[in-house]
Design a protein. Structure first.
Length: 463
């Protein structure tokens, strides 16, 4: 375990500009550990600490909630020591991770991903129940086990210091339990307090201060704060989207020749963000900087997901239309008919329903955002929407509604998408049941995109 190499990145770093103006960025290749990830470093120390304390005895069972990689490290140690292993995983984890655990002789229990941590169905709760009910069971609990960050403080941190001959100025790592970033960060700051520690976090993780919500990047981020995470160590967080993480991981593989997992993309994008900030603030310091970024695991665990184009398209992570088409591009290319139609046509809450129907007919459209303001298209004034179908349903049954105000009969506002966003983002909303989406540019409405607009675009594009 350990002793993994540092490799200078030289191709993906072209994004930063001229090589002589940017920091030296070194990737620590943790996928070269025996189990394929940085988590190999904590498996044996946690088991041996439990043996010393009497919590794990011969013939015992190891039960652990894991995204897969910690399980691999524990499974290797358990195979050598003869323990039974049960690993509890969220069902978003890749089939390769599950198969690898079973290959080491472990049992795998899958739990739903989109539940609260305290839910009895969550993989944390199921693991706790199994550890309680199985005689002789021990749960290492990487989220609260002090041996997790301690293993990195004893091993990974000194390795990086020695490999850079003490020249390191920045350390970048994605975080899940927080053990790697906390342990390595503590050691490096003990050697040089000026070293900056940068955390990389998925959108939807609370570690960087975001609101907890589902995301696809595996093995990093959390919806609670683990006891193994030391917030005092991290100087800055960089939040990264699933789309950007997956795209960068594939670039690392294709451009640097390093088969990388999803969280490698997350970490490298955070390193690039910090490099750009440093280059803008102090050009001379940027040229002297030595930045080490942990690449936590390899791509073999993600061949069915990260490296499967169809899976990426289904999950909205790879453009389905070839070159990236922006929502604004489609709105500009859309034929406006014979009339001089504005970019966005709005109804007002005080308009008569009959007047709204006239607008639909005049411009040949099916959807109208509704603003409570007497004029203007500011987004904060839009409070609802009306549609051709909705007005027909109501007015046919109650013809007197045409004399009512729009504010009395309107539906909820249309979902919004940034005009600069990929067409895939609009497609995801439309395919999720929205009749149309409202494109926005900064604080104003920019246009309405319907399913028919998207179909017409696809039809013309195929000709």
């Amino acid at each position: 375990m350990g002793g993994t190499p540092l490799v200078r990145l030289s191709r993906t770093t072209r994004d930063l500009g001229r090589p002589n103006d940017q920091p030296l960025i070194l990737a620590k290749l943790e996928m070269l550990n025996p189990g394929g990830s940085v988590k190999d470093r904590i498996g044996l120390p946690m088991i041996e600490a439990a043996e010393r304390s009497g919590l794990l005895k011969p013939g015992g069972t190891i039960v652990e909630p894991t995204s897969g990689n910690t399980g691999h490290g524990l499974a290797i140690a358990a195979a050598l020591k003869g323990y039974r292993c049960i690993f509890v995983m969220a069902d978003k984890q890749s089939p390769e991770k599950q198969a690898l655990l079973r290959a080491y002789g472990a049992e795998v229990v899958l739990c739903p991903t989109n539940v609260e941590p305290e839910s009895p169905e969550s993989y944390y709760s199921v693991a706790a129940r199994l550890a309680r009910d199985i005689p002789g069971a021990f749960k290492p609990d990487q989220y609260w086990n002090a041996e997790n960050p301690a293993a990195h403080e004893r091993g990974t941190g000194p390795e990086i210091w020695d490999q850079t001959e003490g020249r390191i100025t920045h350390f970048v790592a994605s975080a899940g339990t927080g053990g790697t970033i906390s342990g390595v960060g503590r050691y490096l700051k003990s050697k040089n307090p000026a070293i900056r520690v940068i955390g990389a976090d998925p959108e939807g993780s609370v570690l960087s201060g975001d609101v907890a919500r589902p995301y696809l990047t595996e093995g990093v981020g959390e919806d609670f704060f683990p006891g193994t995470y030391d917030p005092a160590v991290v100087d800055r967080w960089v939040r990264v989207s699933d789309r950007d993480s997956f795209a960068m991981a594939r670039r690392i593989t294709r451009e640097e020749g390093i088969l990388s997992g999803e969280s490698c993309g997350t970490a490298l994008l955070a390193a690039f963000d910090e490099a750009r900030a440093l280059m803008a603030a102090d050009a001379e310091a940027a040229r002297r900087a030595v930045m080490v970024v942990i690449l936590p695991d390899g791509g073999r665990n993600y061949l069915s997901k990260l490296y499967n184009d169809e899976w990426l398209r289904v999950n909205g992570l790879l453009p389905t239309t070839g070159a990236v088409i922006r929502v604004a591009d489609l709105l500009r290319s859309r034929p406006h008919g014979d009339g001089d139609r504005p970019d966005v046509v709005l109804a007002r809450t005080t308009d008569r329903v009959g007047a709204a129907i006239d607008l639909l007919q005049l411009y040949g459209i099916s959807q109208l955002p509704v603003s409570e303001r007497p004029e203007g298209d500011e987004l904060d004034g839009i409070v609802g929407s009306v549609s051709e179908k909705g007005l027909l349903d109501r007015s046919y049954r109650r013809p007197e509604l045409v004399e009512r105000t729009v504010g009395e009969v309107m539906d909820r506002p249309l979902p919004t998408v940034d005009a600069a966003a990929s067409l895939d983002d609009a497609f995801a909303l439309l395919s999720d049941g929205a009749p149309a989406v409202l494109a926005v540019r900064e604080t104003r409405a920019a246009g309405v995109l319907t399913k028919l607009d998207l179909l017409e675009y696809l039809a013309h594009r195929s000709r």
